[in-house]
Ligand binder design. Structure first.
Ligand code: SF4
Length: 366
């Protein structure tokens, strides 16, 4: 079976789900309600990682819809993506980086996704606009790198990915190209089953622009022989692999799990890059977001268990105004620093807010 055929076999219906998880009639009812709004799609590989006997299984939490998704606290655009959109499918928020959203599809629809409002929509329009995005990047010499994201760009065919690389590689002021993809975690077969993709990435780095893959491992149980092999194939193709973990309640919000994850990632050749504060996204915030104060404590405790290399990540809130690092808590205040900022003058700015132990986002602090 090809990887495309495998994806078509994803678990998408309640009947398919019931082969793996027991559901009461009431649970079935609310699941249907949630899935009418945000569809379910789980790869067979990712489903094989669940522990059906564990009512608090972190893998189930990330993949299977829950009643909590009916909670509407939060917003759908928490990082100001709408206002940073320069044309359909292209965002330019930070001076040096352009984001090109090439598809709305993913191998799996993660329940904690902050682009929840986008997934499941048709992609043709965005694909048609890719060339417009390239024209924009060509005209903006301050852009030195592009993040190709979505959705998940690696669900597109290798021919389409080759086209992206070909177009972007002709732009002299780009130093490197990044792909944001959770495929190494949720669908490693995509990488392991496609020699053509691997040689494309390798030759692009050798002949033109260096390729990075930024992935998202959130729990040590996601590090399996298959995902480690997928990472290894990328590394052997001269791709640099980095990881952004999302801090998620009930998944990784304890120091032991977070430390084990970062240590194991370094062991398989992945560079810890960010630990992200979960955004206050509608249908996500109520059950996945960890308060900033607790998040800070978890991250600091985890760091005590990590060597210097494994703790190179920053604990970041990707706010409308910029990427804000959560630096510390002291004498009733929580301290922050702009790691990146929409307003250039704010980069590096250090500031404090009165501590509120239940606040989950900057705007909830005085
Ligand atoms: S792979 Fe990424 S974009 Fe797709 S659903 Fe998961 S978190 Fe969202």
């Amino acid at each position: 079976m090809t990887w495309q055929e495998e994806l078509k076999e994803n678990i998408r219906t309640i009947a398919q789900l019931k082969e793996y998880i027991d559901l009461s009639p009431e649970e079935e009812r609310y699941l249907r309600k949630v899935m009418d709004i945000h569809p379910m799609s789980i790869t067979h590989y990712y489903m094989s990682l669940i522990d059906r006997n564990d009512p608090d299984d972190p893998i189930i939490k990330m993949a299977v819809p829950s009643e909590d998704e009916l909670n509407l606290i939060g917003d759908y655009d928490t990082s100001g993506e709408r206002e940073n959109t320069k044309m359909p499918g292209l965002q330019h928020k930070y001076l040096q980086t352009a984001l090109v959203l090439v598809t709305n599809r993913c191998a799996m629809y993660c329940r904690h996704c902050f682009r929840k409002r986008l997934v499941g929509l048709p992609t043709e329009e965005i694909l048609r606009r890719f060339n417009d995005a390239v024209n924009y990047i060509e005209k903006h010499e301050e852009i030195n790198n592009v993040l190709i994201t979505g959705g998940d760009p690696f669900v597109l065919s290798t021919e389409v990915i080759a086209e992206f690389l070909h177009e972007l590689s002709t732009i002299p002021h780009l130093d490197f190209i990044r792909f944001g993809s959770r495929v190494p975690v949720t669908f490693p077969e995509r990488i392991l089953g496609d020699e053509e993709l691997l040689s494309l990435l390798k030759s692009n780095t050798a002949n033109s622009k260096r390729v990075y893959v930024v992935t998202q491992f959130n729990h040590p149980r996601e590090i399996t022989q298959e995902s480690a092999d997928a990472v290894d194939s990328l590394v052997c193709s001269d791709v640099i692999v980095s990881n952004q973990t999302v801090l998620l309640h009930g998944v990784n919000d304890n120091p032991e799990t977070l430390a084990e994850l970062q240590n194991k990632l370094v062991g398989i050749g992945v560079n810890p890059y960010y630990v992200f504060q979960c955004r206050p996204v509608k249908r996500v915030k109520s059950h996945f977001q960890v308060p900033l104060y607790k998040g800070y404590e978890v991250v600091e405790e985890a760091k005590k268990r990590l060597n210097g290399h494994s703790k190179r990540f920053r604990y970041i809130m990707s706010h409308q105004s910029g990427k804000i690092e959560i630096i510390g808590v002291m004498e009733g205040y929580i301290y922050f620093k702009y790691h990146q900022a929409k307003d250039y003058d704010n980069i590096g700015k250090f500031f404090k807010k009165k501590l509120n132990k239940t606040a989950g986002w900057l705007d909830e602090l005085d």
